[in-house]
Design a protein around this ligand. Structure first.
Ligand SMILES: [Zn+2]
Length: 158
């Protein structure tokens, strides 16, 4: 048997049918979103969950858009007012993501269809919780690694 034949057989064995199928699914995931950009929301591909500006459908569904915009707005407000939270406040505010999860669970597992109002309000609350938690963690990480007056988390060497 010639050498090249042997090699090609080896390649067929390495990339078997299952792997090829997985690769196809992976590529399809992006391709379906690429061809549907501006037509349906790309996060859940459900036309009813999107909102349109003229003829252009926003790439995120109502819930994701609400989370996205409220995170941006809360970040700006936190920065603008230079607000710092303590851990109790963060834990309390982070509870605001619960309505969003409850709404999602009710919809996916109990068949109780949500509506635009519920999706957007729970999304906004979830975004507030995200923004406050992320800004708190970012602040702590920044203090540990970059700040001159590091707090008690660092062991004093002198
Ligand atoms: Zn979404």
């Amino acid at each position: 048997m010639p050498d090249y034949l042997h090699l090609s057989e080896l390649h067929i064995n390495i990339i078997d049918k299952e792997t090829l199928n997985d690769m196809k699914k992976f590529i399809d995931f992006f391709h379906i979103r690429y061809i549907n950009f501006g037509k349906i929301p790309l996060c859940n591909l459900n036309e009813q969950h999107g909102f349109k500006i003229g003829n252009f459908c926003f790439p995120l569904c109502v819930r994701c858009s609400a989370i996205f915009f409220s995170v941006i707005i809360i970040f700006v407000l936190i920065k603008f007012f230079d607000k710092q939270f303590n851990i109790k406040q963060v834990l309390f505010i982070s509870m605001l993501h619960v309505p969003c999860i409850v709404d999602g669970i009710l919809q996916s597992f109990f068949g109780i269809e949500s509506n635009v109002f519920r999706r957007s309000t729970t999304g906004i609350l979830c975004g507030i919780s995200f923004a406050v938690t992320i800004s708190y963690c970012a602040e702590k990480i920044y203090r540990i690694f970059f700040s001159e007056n590091r707090n008690s988390l660092m062991i004093k060497k002198r």
